[in-house]
Design a protein around this ligand. Sequence first.
Ligand code: NDP
Length: 277
Amino acid sequence: MALTINSKIKLNNGVEMPLLGFGTFRAEGKDSRRSVHEAINAGYIHIDTALIYGNEEGVGRGIKDSGISRDKLFVTTKLWISDQGYDSSLKAIEKSLKNLQLDYVDLYLIHWPVEEKLHETWRAMEEIQRKGLSRAVGVSNYTIRLLEDLKKESEFIPSVNQVEFTPFLYQKELLDYCQNNSIRLEAYSPLTRGRKLDDSRLVKVAEKHGKSTAQVLLRWDLQHEVITIPKTVTSQRIIENADLYDFELDYEDMALLDSLNEDARMIHPANIAPPEW
Ligand code: NDP
């Protein structure tokens, strides 16, 4: 079936998650409220935020302003490093829900792994799902090794692993691992934070389809069945980044994009996570 802005994929617990979402990292101050409202008006039904972004309140207000009914919207937020552990994770989700003015989120992610608290924090995530505070739970920035470790003691498998993922950081092994283990891969910084949008090979594919390079990058995710969450606070780009459904990358385009890997990370884990990452 043809992809649309409402296309969803099923998570391993049966919850359906929209493939296209709206990122909000660095959507600060009034921009978070306005841009989320505009995004929902433009047809996005999935919003990604995190406690550490400091904008959950603005995101929540943008959702309220839009008037969309809660069950039509998919909202993700994330548990920060300093809140990991059993009791503190349970407290952190309550704080996020209060900020967002929501009774539940659709997906709650462990933002970055903290290895010594890996299992304890995951037990809290399972409890959060059981209590209905989040419809699904998952992780972010987890490697195959950490996912394997988590599997040893957990009751639920994470529904999602949100990682940096672009043709320039084509983590094929991780994608295959997730697909084979019923974990959905979600791409953050899918537009390379704007840094690779002038790449001549991307430009060529974009010109062939009469689209922008940003649209090509996002379409590449969708055709790999990877959830993608571009961020912008610019009105015209909010529309552009959702205008992905009147073209299709052909086999040749996909093969070319799949060949661009250069392990180019826009976010360097060593700056955030412990060295064992
Ligand atoms: P993106 O790859 O989405 O790039 C965002 C940047 O690209 C902004 O500077 C934006 O500018 C610009 N941009 C957006 N659309 C276009 C366009 N069509 N043409 C040209 N430039 C454009 O980066 P992010 O790092 O923000 O990643 C997306 C989301 O992923 C985040 O917002 C966040 O929700 C999530 N994330 C999660 C992480 C994690 O650890 N789990 C880490 C990082 C991000 P402007 O806004 O000025 O228009």
